[in-house]
Structures are given as C-alpha cells and as structure tokens.
Design a protein around this ligand. Structure first.
Ligand SMILES: Nc1ncnc2c1ncn2[C@@H]1O[C@H](COP(=O)(O)OP(=O)(O)OP(=O)(O)O)[C@@H](O)[C@H]1O
Ligand SMILES: [Mg+2]
Length: 246
C-alpha cells in the first residue's frame, strides 16, 4: 500500500531524511520511535505532502502510484490522513462545518446524515454537541486537540492513518480512549503508522503483530517486533544504537 524508497528530504536547505525505506502493507500496524529530532515528524509530513519538505531523492508510492508530486489534498482523497503532532488552530472554521464538509465530499453523505454521525462519534471521544460549534482547535487544550484529531480519523476511516505522537500531553484516561480508537480503526482495516516515544499508547493494541522502526539522524536503523517498544521503554536507545553500530 505505502512504499517509501530511499527517501531523501530537505527542509530549509538542510538534509533531514537521509535514505528512508519503509513498506506498509494493507492492514498493517507500524510504529516509529526515535530520539527528538531524528526525523519522525519530517517523515510523516513528507508522506502527507507538506510543501515545506522537499523530496530530493527517492520515491513515495501509494497503491503503486508515485505520489511525490501530489498536493496534500490529492493525497487525502487517495486515503492518506495525518494526525498532527501539534494540531493547528483554524480561526473562523467551525468543527462541525469542517467535518460535515469532509463527510459530504469524501463519503457522499448528506449534511443532516453527516451531522448526526459526527455528534454520535464525538460523544465516544468525549465531545459534547456544543464543543462542535467551536472553531477548529482554537482555545482547545493539547489533549483535547489530540482527541479531535482522532475524531476526524474515526469519521473519515482513511486507508492509511499516520499518527504523530497521539499520546503527547494526553492524560491517562484520554490515552486509554485514544488507544482503543486506534485499535478500532485498525480492526476495520485502516493501516497505521504510529509515531511515539512510549509504549503506553499501545495498551489496547495487539502488540504481536506490530512492526517497530527505530530512527536515528534521518534513517531507520533498526526494525523489529513489539518487543522493541518494551526494550526502548526500559533501556532507552543506547543499546540498540550500539548494536547496529550507530
Ligand atoms: N520546518 C523546519 N524548519 C527547520 N528545521 C526543521 C523543520 N522541520 C524539521 N526541522 C529539523 O529537522 C530535524 C528533525 O525534526 P522532526 O520534527 O522530524 O523530528 P522528530 O523526530 O519528529 O522529533 P520529536 O520527537 O521531537 O517530535 C530537527 O533537527 C528539526 O529541527
Ligand atoms: Mg516529531
């Protein structure tokens, strides 16, 4: 489904990704870990098509199509959704209007049908109807923004969901809700690329089948199974990096 081949990416004339290879097959669950500044968000934003991130080498294929030149919008239409590490405020756009528009455009629902569905799903993520009439993320707390990103994902049901630290700044109870929702999406067939620093977000996820990648200085230096998450939680990165000679 997603194939990243020898990807090199520059930001502001500095090379950040230095040859990333990654393949995600339909329905798979991948986790990316790595120290601050190792290039995790850069990878996520590049796959989603953020204009600041310039691909200087390699390819990104989605279902066989080279998407390097596609706009973020066109990538979204093909089924790629990114939940941001820091979800931006959008002044003047109400959550309900935005989500309705997305469901009408992407799913062909009529606006009333969309409205009812949004309210129902919002409740599952602890948002009342009145919250939905606020502007997107404006004045929302960090944890609330993360839940709002998940609401978007649940409603859209993308083919590939990229989650950039959905657990950062989130309290334990919200974390549990978010972890469950991710698993729910995964069970329905969404492929997941989850960026995180801690294993706790995988609480409700079947760790047997996850693939874990460890990034360092713009490269994936190790790939393994769920056991890598526990190892990193306990011991940090030093031993892994030593093992692979980094
Ligand atoms: N827009 C940008 N302008 C300048 N430098 C950038 C930009 N985006 C990323 N970088 C740099 O690229 C490097 C990788 O950043 P990135 O955000 O991908 O790291 P990360 O692995 O997501 O880290 P964290 O765990 O802290 O979120 C960092 O050194 C960062 O300063
Ligand atoms: Mg990041």
């Amino acid at each position: 489904m997603l194939k990243v081949e020898n990807l090199h990416v520059e930001v502001e004339n500095r090379e950040i990704l230095r040859g990333v290879d990654l393949e995600i097959k339909p329905g798979e669950f991948h986790v990316v870990m790595g120290p601050n500044g190792s290039g995790k968000s850069t990878l996520a934003l590049t796959i989603a098509g953020h204009p600041k991130y310039r691909v200087t080498g390699g390819r990104i294929l989605f279902n066989g199509e080279n998407i390097n030149e596609l706009s973020p919008d066109e990538r979204a239409k093909r089924g790629i959704l990114l939940a941001f590490q820091v979800p931006p405020e959008v002044e003047g756009v109400k959550i309900i209007e935005f989500l309705q528009q997305v469901l009408v455009e992407l799913k062909g629902l009529d606006p009333v049908e969309a409205y009812d569905l949004i309210v129902k799903k919002a409740e599952e993520l602890w948002f009342g109807e009145e919250d939905l009439h606020r502007y997107v993320n404006v004045g929302f707390s960090g944890g609330e923004r993360k839940r709002l990103e998940l609401l978007q994902a649940v409603l859209i049901g993308p083919k590939l969901l990229i989650l950039d630290e959905p657990d950062s700044g989130v309290d334990v109870d919200s974390l549990s809700v978010i972890s469950r929702k991710i698993e729910e999406l995964h069970k329905k067939g969404t492929s997941i690329l989850l960026i995180t620093h801690y294993g706790r977000i995988l609480e409700h996820i079947d760790k047997e089948n996850v693939k874990v990648h460890v990034m360092k200085d713009g490269r994936i230096v190790k790939t393994g199974g769920g056991e890598l998450v526990e190892k990193i939680d306990k011991e940090g990165f030093a031993e892994i990096f030593e093992e692979v000679g980094e």
